[in-house]
Design a protein around this ligand. Structure first.
Ligand SMILES: [Mn+2]
Length: 451
């Protein structure tokens, strides 16, 4: 990700490779071929049928598949183990215990779908200790570190000051200085591993009326962010994420895209707004926010996830595939608008939950994202524009429906195949018995989350 919008990402390398970290569970090229073989004939039939249908609509199926094969979504290190709720955690077994094992898991995902070639790190959970070894592992797996995420929403052991009442917005300058330093440390760790994006999600806020001076909390945050921004390397982007509630329930210092936007405006060009799909109140028109930010030149990235009520962090596109399609429709529309400059948008997943095998969940999320993207690429933009200009409400909606209701799964599968991956990644993961191998290697109760 973090490449030019919808542009090419690096390709993975396949096959068993030597590594400073012993025995990563990987699939050989031959295994992947064997997994695809029984599906190839039916896949070919479906793809041919779809190609001829799209050809009649004036669409070049090869161009669409190429865009899909190039599209990359970053995987968060914190989603490789089962997440929890306030009530409990139900581990899947075989979860990664170290940063090296998290990298290996993402390597496995990328082998299967060719669309997950980078990783988002969370500091201090992922502080690199063996930088040279990790760099080598990343090279071998064909992966990069795209972003580092700071964490001032919980106290770490040995930390002099508590974040109980805020971090970058805290009333005590010593607490703010500590939180700023943590963010600078994150950038330093990211530089060691080649990251180019620093993401700030601020949990600061208040739980009760009167607890916090709303304007002064904003100004203190702005000042803290400016200090971090000054230290940002010139080729980095700083993403400012917003969230309407939780962990604070009366006010959040950065509750909405408007606040993120004004902070970014005050910081400078390298500051951009990050849209986390779960960080909106129910029924918010997220695609409109995406369109606005893109128009304003401040759309920096996404945290993809699925949400029914709030920050549910479920599988992306599981319950609201139409919303995901409409978001991609805005992105594709903007990318084809000659009046808008190209944007560097970081596509990342931010999900973590309790019920599914984390690797299967991530494969499903990436698949749903690619399906939404593929459908957005099929929209007849000229017809849509014409209908909009003529205020032909029904025709405009029908144009979107034509694209959304097309079963594009053969295109996505062909993208996987062309990237050297599996036609059906989840099925391949199961057939290859990956989880069992991971459990044998790492044990049933392995754990790496920092929560
Ligand atoms: Mn997020």
């Amino acid at each position: 990700m973090s490449s030019e919008e919808f542009g090419a990402g690096g390709r993975n390398t396949f096959g068993l490779l030597s590594s400073p970290y012993s025995h990563p569970v990987m699939l050989s090229e031959e295994q992947l071929r064997d997994l695809n073989y029984p599906l190839l004939a039916e896949h070919g039939r479906q793809l041919d049928f779809l190609a001829s249908t799209l050809h009649q609509r004036g669409l070049d199926v090869h161009a669409v598949v190429l865009r899909l094969a190039e599209f990359q979504v970053a995987i968060p290190s914190w989603a490789l183990g089962t997440g929890g709720t306030r009530f409990g955690r139900f581990p899947a077994g075989g979860e990664p215990r170290t940063l090296a094992e998290k990298i290996q898991d993402v390597g496995l995902l990328n082998q299967l779908n060719g669309s997950s070639n980078s990783i988002s790190l969370h500091i201090p959970w992922d502080i690199p200790t063996d930088v040279a070894g990790l760099q080598q592992l990343l090279r071998e797996q064909g992966l990069t570190i795209d972003s580092v995420n700071s964490n001032t929403f919980q106290d770490q052991r040995d930390q002099p000051h508590s974040y109980k009442f805020g971090s970058l917005s805290a009333t005590d300058p010593a607490i703010r200085a500590q939180a700023v330093q943590h963010n600078l440390d994150c950038i330093g760790y990211g530089q060691q591993l080649g990251a180019r994006v620093h993401t700030v999600w601020l949990a600061d806020g208040s739980n009760f009326p009167g607890q916090s001076h709303l304007r002064r909390a904003y100004l203190r945050t702005q000042e803290s962010l400016a200090t971090i921004y000054e230290a940002l390397p010139s080729d980095w982007t700083m993403l400012v994420e917003y969230k309407p509630y939780e962990p604070n329930f009366y006010s959040m210092v950065i509750p909405d895209w408007g606040t993120s936007y004004t902070l970014c405006q005050s910081l400078g060009k390298q500051a951009q707004v990050l849209v986390d799909l779960g960080h909106h109140l129910p029924n918010t028109n997220i695609e409109q926010i995406v369109g606005r930010l893109r128009q304003l030149g401040r759309l920096g990235g996404f945290h993809f996830n699925g949400s029914g009520y709030g920050d549910d962090d479920l599988t992306t596109g599981s319950a609201k595939p139409f919303q995901l399609f409409l978001i991609f429709n805005e992105l594709v529309d903007a990318s084809q608008d000659a009046s808008l400059p190209a944007a560097q948008v970081a596509y990342m997943i931010d999900a973590s939950h309790n019920t599914k095998d984390p690797l299967e969940d991530l494969l499903q999320s990436v698949d749903n994202i690619l399906v939404a993207y593929a459908k957005a690429l099929l929209v007849d933009r000229a017809a849509l524009h014409e209908a909009q200009e003529a205020n032909d409400v029904v025709r405009a909606e029908e144009v979107l429906r034509d694209a959304f209701l097309t079963d594009v799964r053969p295109l996505v599968a062909e993208g996987y195949r062309q990237a050297g991956g599996a036609l059906r990644p989840v099925q391949a993961l199961r057939t290859a018995g990956i989880r069992q191998q991971l459990i044998e290697q790492r044990g049933k109760c392995s754990l790496s989350t920092g929560l």
